[in-house]
Design a protein around this ligand. Structure first.
Ligand SMILES: C[C@H](O)[C@H](O)[C@H]1CNC2=NC(N)=NC(=O)C2=N1
Length: 94
């Protein structure tokens, strides 16, 4: 899949509140009530990621979750990343 140019990424980010473009990836963070809530959400995201065959680069510390999405083959951001980002937002009820 083709890497999106910077202008296109910025336009697409207008519809994704709380996400930013940096280092050839799109990033966001979430804060939950506690670790259990964070990990439960990660599990739900993991099942969706597996269905998409597209996986987040993420870190979790207690109740925080940091997510970065990029497409390794394209060395940047593609439509696959935006598709997963929108799925994640929908899972979170946003
Ligand atoms: C073969 C398999 O589809 C690829 O390795 C997939 C798996 N998940 C992936 N996830 C992400 N985020 N980027 C990729 O380029 C990627 N590639």
């Amino acid at each position: 899949m083709k890497k999106l140019d910077q202008q296109t990424v910025k336009e697409r980010l207008n519809k994704l509140e709380g996400w930013e473009y940096k280092n050839d990836a799109i990033h966001t963070s979430f804060e939950f009530e506690n670790f259990k809530e964070a990990f439960a959400t990660m599990t739900r995201i993991a099942f969706e990621a597996e269905l998409q065959q597209h996986h987040p680069d993420w870190t979790n510390v207690y109740n925080t979750l940091n997510i970065s999405l990029s497409t390794h083959d394209a060395e940047g951001v593609t439509e696959k990343d935006f598709k997963l980002a929108h799925i994640i937002e929908a899972l979170l009820g946003n």
